[in-house]
Design a protein around this ligand. Structure first.
Ligand code: NOJ
Length: 560
């Protein structure tokens, strides 16, 4: 099959189906609901829709715990609904990519049920079963979702590994029979005509032999096993095999979610000569506001760190691999609340953040609600939260004696449910998401922030995103140009230019509430003769001597 790189000029929109649109009033978003909203996505001008998992699942981790890869979660609909969605998307020229979760399954998946049933069962080796050590777990690894990464099974007297929740046992990629099953399943979906995969924690699938103990950091309850399960010894071999057996046979896009992947890893994963993946999701820029204690340990962002980081990825992959560009997804808090201002300058800062990201080299991802500037939520009670990571962390910290208020501040800033409150469609009951009782409360600000309002206002964040999407199609420099960071040490200004052939784009973004005054002669004279192709204020404060950027102002100048 001829492989083309159509994804380089594409913009991807991520749908979290549970929270997108409920077509049947049961309080849970569904596939028919997505189909009904395709015209909205078309209006936004995106090219690809990534669906978070829609497979049958007991929902311990909202679908990232799959019970059956070949059927659709009942609450979301049926396989017919899925086929109808795919056809309706393709009719509109939209592509669909699916989530591929193959580092683990649900403990209710038939393979695990078999595997657990006895040491001699042929499926035993599809997972990681080990004997205990000195009456304890086989090693000291902690789970990403708190507690140990092992669970004891009374019946067979062994422990199984679960890097995520205890209902998400890790699959054993060392087993070739298992790998064949994965490839068969991938083909099932690709033969239906889907356009690619987003691969969940795909750099975790190769583990270091012997599963050694991890370093026990100060204050930590468990050892850090990540050096032994991220970017492991056989990862490239597994991905190349998957590429040869499956991916190379289709003209699709692939993006690997890769916590802990650095630029040098990503270069290998995404270099087309290696036949692995098209692009990866880095986590580095999303960790810059973590304190030494990790994600829940809050630290303000230092813009210089962000600039340096994105520069490293931009220059590191230019000419070899490919970047994916994102601020948001279903695991991250809302960017306008995180790096912008979700109060007075919500609209300006949301547009500025979009501009800063979308003018970089790579494939941009928009997460549902980002295009209308949805914000973080502050629920009063822990009972209103649903996310397994948040709830387990809350319990563990309470058991350690951490005050409720302190934990809630971390949840308000970083909890995954910030991204999972229902999409705000209008100012009616439940933000127009459902006529029933939503599975998680709607952010009360839906009366002001909603899609209907955004569509009615030509100056909305929605139309700003739409404009950015259309610019990508007009200016090749966005796709092909190089990246040069400007004003490197400026604490509030993120500025860069992109060059290809005769065209140059200069991107200026003020990340703060104070005016930024630029008096650089060359910049001012270039700006005076350039065309402003993006702006988030009505006018531009430029005269012969100065360019002034107001709070959260963004401007992009194009010169040809
Ligand atoms: C990453 C997914 O994005 C997240 O939502 C999930 O909890 C873990 N992987 C485990 O599948």
């Amino acid at each position: 099959m001829q492989q083309t790189d159509w994804w380089k000029k594409s913009v991807v929109y991520q749908v979290y189906p549970r929270s997108f649109y409920d077509s049947d009033g049961d309080g849970v978003g569904d596939i028919a609901g997505i189909t009904q909203k395709l015209d909205y996505l078309k209006e936004l001008g995106v090219d690809v829709v990534w669906l978070s998992p829609v497979y049958d699942s007991p929902n311990d981790d909202n679908g990232y715990d799959i019970r059956d890869y070949y059927s659709i979660m009942k609450e979301f609909g049926t396989m017919e609904d899925f086929d109808a969605l795919l056809a309706a998307a393709h009719e509109r020229g939209l592509k669909i990519i699916m989530d591929l979760v193959v580092n683990h399954t649900s403990d209710e998946h038939e393979w695990f049920v078999q595997s657990k049933s006895g040491k001699d069962n042929p499926y035993r080796d599809f997972y990681y079963w080990r004997d205990g050590k000195d009456g304890k777990e086989p090693n000291n690894w902690g789970s990403v979702f708190s507690g140990p990464a092992w669970k004891y099974d009374e019946a067979t007297g062994q422990y199984y590994l679960h890097i995520f929740s205890k209902k998400q046992p890790d699959l054993n990629w060392e087993n070739p029979e298992f790998r064949k099953e994965v490839y068969k399943m991938m083909k099932f979906w690709l033969d239906k005509g889907i356009d690619g995969f987003r691969m969940d924690v795909i750099n975790f699938i190769s583990k270091v032999n012997g599963l050694p103990n991890g370093e026990l950091k100060e204050g930590a309850l468990y050892g850090d096993g990540s050096p032994y399960f991220r970017n492991g010894p056989r990862i490239h071999e597994f991905l190349q095999e998957m590429n040869k057996e499956v991916l190379s046979k289709y003209d699709i896009m692939t993006v690997g979610e890769m916590p802990g992947a650095r630029v040098h890893h990503a270069k290998v994963y995404t270099d087309p000569n290696n036949n692995e993946l098209d692009m990866v999701f880095t986590f580095e820029h999303m960790g810059l506001d973590n304190g030494p204690g990790g994600k829940w340990d809050l630290k303000p962002l230092n813009l210089i760190d962000l600039k340096e980081n994105l520069k490293k990825w931009q220059t590191g992959l230019h000419g070899t691999g490919w970047n994916s560009l994102y601020w948001n997804n279903h695991d991250q808090p809302r960017i306008v609340s995180r790096f912008g201002d979700d109060g007075e300058y919500r609209v300006e800062s949301a547009k500025m953040l979009a501009t800063c990201l979308h003018m970089l080299q790579g494939t941009p991802y928009i997460y549902q609600g980002e295009e209308i500037g949805m914000t973080n939520v502050r629920f009063d009670s822990i009972e209103q939260y649903n996310d397994v990571e948040t709830l387990n962390m809350y319990k563990e910290k309470r058991d350690q004696g951490v005050p409720h208020e302190k934990i809630m501040e971390s949840i308000y800033a970083k909890g995954r449910d910030n991204a999972r409150t229902p999409m705000q469609w209008n100012d009616g009951a439940n933000g127009g998401f459902t006529t029933g009782t939503p599975w998680i409360d709607v952010n009360p600000n839906y009366t002001q922030i909603n899609a209907e309002q955004a569509l009615a206002d030509r100056n909305s964040i929605f139309y700003h995103y739409k404009h950015l999407n259309s610019l990508r199609k007009k200016h090749d420099v966005i796709t092909t140009g190089d990246f040069n960071l400007l004003y490197r040490d400026h604490p509030a200004l993120f500025a860069y230019d992109r060059r290809a052939g005769n065209e140059k784009l200069t991107v200026l973004c003020n990340f703060g509430r104070d005016e930024v005054v630029l008096e650089d002669e060359k910049l001012i004279s270039e700006a005076a003769s350039a065309e402003a192709v993006v702006q988030n204020y009505k006018d531009i404060l430029l005269d012969k001597e100065r360019l002034v950027l107001r709070p959260y102002e963004a401007v992009v100048f194009s010169q040809k």
